[in-house]
Design a protein. Structure first.
Length: 83
């Protein structure tokens, strides 16, 4: 017997699509934001290569955040499929 109320649809797939749509944002905005932070800090401290270091940190952070979102989506899909 199903525990769902009649007439209600499961919006779980909509939540998953919403979460997945943030992955390109993480991969694009994190490196850009970190680059500009590194550029500003490089100008403040006179270290020109600091923007490259922050750019690499931004790329790493974007991939890391994307990994966590993908892992969360996989967990939700397993819960939806297992019901």
């Amino acid at each position: 017997m199903s525990t769902k109320r009649p007439g209600r649809t499961d919006p779980g797939w909509l939540r998953i699509i919403g979460q997945a749509s943030f992955i390109p944002v993480f991969l694009a905005l994190y490196p850009i934001a970190f680059f500009f932070i590194g550029e500003w800090l490089g100008e403040q401290f006179g270290i020109p290569w600091l923007k490259v270091v922050f750019l690499l940190l931004g790329v790493f952070s974007g991939f890391r955040q994307s990994f966590f979102v993908i892992k969360k989506i996989q967990d939700q899909l397993e819960k939806m499929g297992g019901s």
